[in-house]
Design a protein around this ligand. Sequence first.
Ligand code: ARG
Length: 576
Amino acid sequence: MNIQSILSDKIKQAMISAGAEQNVEPLVRQSSKPQFGDYQANGIMGAAKKLGQNPREFAQKVLNNVDLSEIAEKTEIAGPGFINIFLNKDWVAKNVDIALAVPNFGIKVAHPQTVVIDYSSPNVAKEMHVGHLRSTIIGDAVARALEFMGNKVIRANHVGDWGTQFGMLIAYLEKMENEHADAMELSDLEAFYRAAKEHYDSDEAFAVKARSYVVKLQSGDTYCRTMWKKLVDMTMQQNQRNYDRLNVTLTEKDVMGESLYNPMLPGIVEDLKKQGLAVEDDGALVVYLDEFKNKDGDPMGVIVQKKDGGFLYTTTDIAAAKYRYHTLHADRALVFSDTRQSQHMQQAWLITRKAGYVPDSFSLEHQNFGMMLGKDGKPFKTRSGGTVKLADLLDEAVERATLLINEKNTALSEQEKAEVIEAVAIGSVKYADLSKNRTTDYVFDWDNMLSFEGNTAPYMQYAYTRIRSIFSKTDVDAVALSKAKIQMTDDKERALAIKLLQFEEAVQIVAKEGTPHVLCTYLYELAGTFSSFYEHCPILNAEETLKLSRLKLAQLTEKTLKQGLDLLGIKTVEKM
Ligand code: ARG
């Protein structure tokens, strides 16, 4: 049930019948104030202006051409030519019933798409850092939303598993194996990488071997391949622990690292050269893009092959775009990486399009995000200024959530308590991130995210348990409940029912724009709307038919909160 798109379609048709162009935008939105109705159409003035008509007269023509009798109990023309729409209670009640009765709340896209989601994408032999946290959890929420709506989602963990550094990493792994280093030493990937680099810089024999290993690896040498695979597996096993803890849906099966595209690169570069797009410049192959200017105002050169024959991050992304269209048959490919990579993505995709590798209909979208900042407004770092390891961050979250939950001193069993702590700890870190508009930087603040007040995970999780407790206090007959008629005697009931029907609108925006914060805001508002309904409309003490009606609204609220939080990858608990 997407009220906004139902109204949009109807009003658009009426506008066209009244003389507007086929591509007219009715701009139907949820109204900002109750006196403007539940929805308003804001596109009338613009369309009327184009037609040279009086907007209020045009609005009247539109209303004459549209049948909203079932959906709306009242429509009115307001101000310079807005159309305000007041929904019909019976229609709202009927749709609440449907949302409860049918699978998936009745949410399903008419035309499912195949969408590749490139997210998380950490680098081999490196620890996941906060940038990967953002990509991982935002990408995962969007993947869940798209899948929930019936699309085919292909998760592509674009792991950084290729490049010249692998010579040095293989040489160092070999050295460690020869010295029988234990697994502990390998578990610290940052230290491993640093030590490999130190050897490379200080030990000439080691460096020579490392360089020979790069060449061997690239030519498919079995030994180097095996060592390389060990490094990849070792890293991904550790990352998988983070994914599992984070309740992120990625598995080993989703790894589509940079190495996957490596065999495509020589052909692509050859073709770019043949097409005259890539030209030789000082031994390297460069594509000059008019659309991007360098410091001197000249077309910017993007290197696709280095002087030494090596390929670059950009070359791989050109290949990945091509692969996602031709091999994976995707309609859209979304890449979740930070804003500092925006120019890189745009350049890679511009070259992809110029070379004719993908049609215009294939959508390439960089879902960029800002930085995670410390309380001092600077990039989030450890006290000593190092990068914060994801695993350490999650440990700290659990510690802090333990204090918080113990403080509340609830009557929970040890097992229940452990579950609550885990849900609150991980939920808080994720929700704090997901609830902010991804394009801006945000301040990572433990106290805010672990608060039971405001738009936080604990607040949302608690709101859910409150509704659960209503149901645990009463024996409801499921059949009677499903048959009960929803009444809307009170404005609060009406407001809650309409809010419930707006779930799909929020999910759809997440799927389209890659903006989970829209769903967070929706759920937060839903929890608030429920609270004021619950305050004004007693449930358990109401007479039987009213009680059932109100329970039904509570039931759909509970279902919606649970589903919504699940789409965000946030766990709920029964009691807290
Ligand atoms: N591995 C990269 C990093 O750690 C992110 C990859 C993003 N995806 C892509 N197709 N470029 O920054």
